[in-house]
Design a protein around this ligand. Structure first.
Ligand SMILES: Nc1ncnc2c1ncn2[C@@H]1O[C@H](COP(=O)(O)OP(=O)(O)OP(=O)(O)O)[C@@H](O)[C@H]1O
Ligand SMILES: [Mg+2]
Length: 255
């Protein structure tokens, strides 16, 4: 199990996502926490993750690394521009690195390293960890995003292999000291769901849902878990606006 950062008192960092820090005692998340960001397709996970990195790099002096395992960085830059976030400017000043992790999907089944032949999965994990740690070191990153983690974990055919790989990845991330968002899918639209193994290991779990009701679709934001610290666990409505995600902490979204 991942250990919480060894500090007697936490140092908090604002997420920068409107309304979210209010749910976290007006402080934000403890620095160094690894948080799963779970959501339905199109719920705004990538937008949330970009907003978190943009805010850190621009306003908190916390450089960030974005490991994109599905979208090309050019798409992310264009997506961010829609919300008024200049990612290129932050990249140029060394405050942000966008890593294109999509080659992880196209590696051959086996790769020869000298006399050793290693399978695709091991190579992918080793590569991913190496990319992340090098990029974090290079710009002195304090924030990290991997979006989405499914592309990485789907490569494992047995559940125990996948769990070991996830644990290894989390351990490596934890050693970077970065406050991290791991973006993952949520297939349920109701509040009733099965917990994923990763959620027990992570220090925090944030959920972005789309609830379909007779009146239409409601977007619902919940902080499901934030280890040790006081937080609001109620479901709150959120919107994707022209300036990014906005959560409404004083309103309740009871399905
Ligand atoms: N400028 C904008 N203003 C308002 N809403 C927007 C804007 N840009 C995108 N959206 C909405 O955001 C949603 C997609 O956001 P995003 O890509 O962050 O979601 P996601 O959860 O990462 O999706 P996926 O599951 O495909 O990875 C879309 O449903 C779209 O309606
Ligand atoms: Mg996305």
């Amino acid at each position: 199990m991942l250990q919480s950062p060894r500090r007697i008192e936490f140092v908090y960092t604002p997420t920068g996502v409107k309304g979210v820090d209010k749910l976290l005692s007006d402080l934000g998340v403890p620095q160094g926490y690894i948080i799963y960001l779970l959501g339905a397709p199109g719920s705004g996970k990538t937008t949330f993750a970009m907003q978190f990195l943009h805010h850190g790099a621009k306003f908190e002096n916390e450089p960030g690394v974005y490991v994109s395992l599905d979208e090309h960085p050019a798409y992310l830059r264009a997506h961010a521009r829609e919300f008024g976030w200049d990612l290129e400017g932050l990249e140029a000043s060394g405050k942000l690195a966008l890593l294109d992790g999509s080659p992880i999907r196209s590696l051959p089944g086996e790769t020869k390293l000298g006399s050793i032949t290693i399978g695709k999965r091991d190579f992918s994990l080793v590569s991913l960890i190496k990319w992340i740690t090098e990029a974090v070191k290079k710009i002195g990153a304090k924030r990290l995003v991997i979006d989405p983690t499914a592309v990485f974990s789907v490569q494992y055919t047995t559940e125990s292999d996948r769990r070991f790989a996830v644990m290894e990845l989390l351990q490596a991330i934890s050693q970077t000291g970065c406050t991290t968002l791991l973006v993952s899918e949520l297939s349920h639209t109701s509040l009733d769901r099965t917990y994923q193994f990763e959620e027990f290991l992570a220090q925090g779990v944030i959920i972005m849902r789309k609830i379909i009701r007779s009146g239409g679709v409601t977007r619902v934001f919940t902080i499901d878990k934030m280890r040790v610290i006081d937080h609001d666990t109620q479901p709150h409505p959120y919107r994707i606006t022209q300036t990014g995600i906005e959560v409404f902490p004083t309103e309740l979204a009871i399905p």
